[in-house]
Write a protein that binds this ligand. Structure first.
Ligand code: HEM
Ligand SMILES: CC(C)=CCC/C(C)=C/CC/C(C)=C/COP(=O)(O)OP(=O)(O)O
Length: 314
């Protein structure tokens, strides 16, 4: 083999690896992992085992990657039609659907094995139910058929919060379900803000996203309603659940106020794509910082300080 042939093989190999990596929609996975880590931090009350954290995040990444790959296989027809998704590995012909399917199944098996062997069965079953719900309920049953696709389907994106909690405690509690509810209520403003920017694409392929089947003002009103449910819900972690403390309280208050302000601005001018874009990008920052605050509040030093303060107040 000449040097040139080796270089060509190496180059082709890298391209194949890159295509499979792209199938997993990797840009979304970090935020899913941040929610898992936040949930684990709160559940462990300042005593989080770093090995458990790493293995759970690895298992969660494989599960999310599997779910996204199944979704890419199922949606390859509409992905081909839409500008935003046309260059994905399946519509552009870089990966065969059967190969992608085998890849998705393999990822799910790795995730299940990792979580069952090194974490616990409940976290593994929850991760598998996240894949099933995202693929079977959101992608197959809802996405192309009802404007409620995001509202109900959003539950899949909230499952990592449950996985994180179950990984630490082996069970689920009110706090775990509240964390689930926070991501669930966050998803419609997150997604409809984006859908307002790219509704033409969804209209072209007949996907009934809210701004496509109604109008921008109806979508902006719904975003407003969900924002007004989301922000108060984030405070329930402080009272009555007393799961987090001051750092989280400050971040939830400031970030929540900005979220409401941006949703209000969109409501005033629902045709303004810049306002929609600003809310979409902000929704990601909001969830990141909210989760970061949960982690900070669960660090041993902050956790102990909060416990002392609670005892003093009581
Ligand atoms: C059913 C629920 C959801 C839907 C339909 C949805 C949809 C989308 C779409 C279509 C994009 C644009 C991606 C692209 O440009 O290719 C996006 C971006 C993003 N989503 Fe969501 N999303 C959902 C839930 C979530 C959840 C639960 C998280 C994490 C907690 C999340 C995190 C992100 C992030 C971080 C981005 C930005 C990715 C980038 O940098 O381009 N999403 N979402
Ligand atoms: C525990 C576990 C495995 C949970 C799964 C969580 C998960 C994969 C959430 C993804 C949410 C998301 C980005 C949906 C976009 O789908 P879309 O098909 O509407 O986006 P598209 O238009 O970009 O294809």
């Amino acid at each position: 083999m000449t040097g040139n042939t080796v270089t060509r093989y190496y180059h082709n190999f890298l391209q194949v690896v890159q295509s499979y990596y792209q199938l997993t929609k990797p840009r979304i996975i970090p935020l899913l992992l941040i929610t898992t880590a936040a949930s684990m931090s709160i559940a462990s009350e300042g005593k989080l085992d770093p090995i458990l954290l790493l293995v759970t995040l690895a298992g969660g990444s494989f599960a999310a990657a599997s779910a996204q790959t199944f979704n890419c296989v199922y949606d390859r027809d509409i992905d081909y039609e839409m500008e935003r998704t046309r260059h994905r590995p399946l519509p552009s012909g870089r990966v065969q659907p059967t190969h992608a399917l085998i890849f998705a199944i393999t990822l799910a098996c790795i995730s299940f094995t990792l979580l069952t062997v090194f974490v616990n069965l409940l976290s593994a079953l929850l991760a598998m139910s996240g894949i099933l719900f995202y693929v079977g309920v959101y992608t197959h049953l809802l996405k192309r058929h009802t404007r409620l696709n995001i509202v109900i389907g959003g539950a899949a994106g909230a499952v990592p919060m449950l996985v994180g909690w179950a990984a630490v405690t082996g069970t689920l509690s009110w706090t775990a379900w509240l964390l689930f509810a926070i991501v669930f209520l966050w998803t419609p403003p997150h997604f409809w803000a984006l859908a307002l920017m790219i509704s033409e694409d969804y209209a072209k392929v007949g996907v009934p996203m809210l701004p496509v089947v109604t109008d921008n003002i109806t979508a902006a009103r719904q975003i407003w309603v969900y924002t007004l449910m989301l922000v108060p819900a984030t405070f329930l972690l402080i009272d009555p659940l007393q799961a987090v403390g001051t750092v989280y309280g400050c971040i939830a208050f400031i970030m929540g106020a900005i979220f409401i302000k941006k949703a209000w601005a969109l409501l005033q001018d629902s045709e303004n794509k810049q306002s929609a874009r600003s809310l979409f990008l902000y929704s990601i920052l909001y969830m990141m910082l909210l989760c970061a605050a949960m982690v900070v509040d669960s660090l041993p030093i902050t956790h102990n300080f909060t416990q002392v303060m609670i005892q003093l107040v009581n």
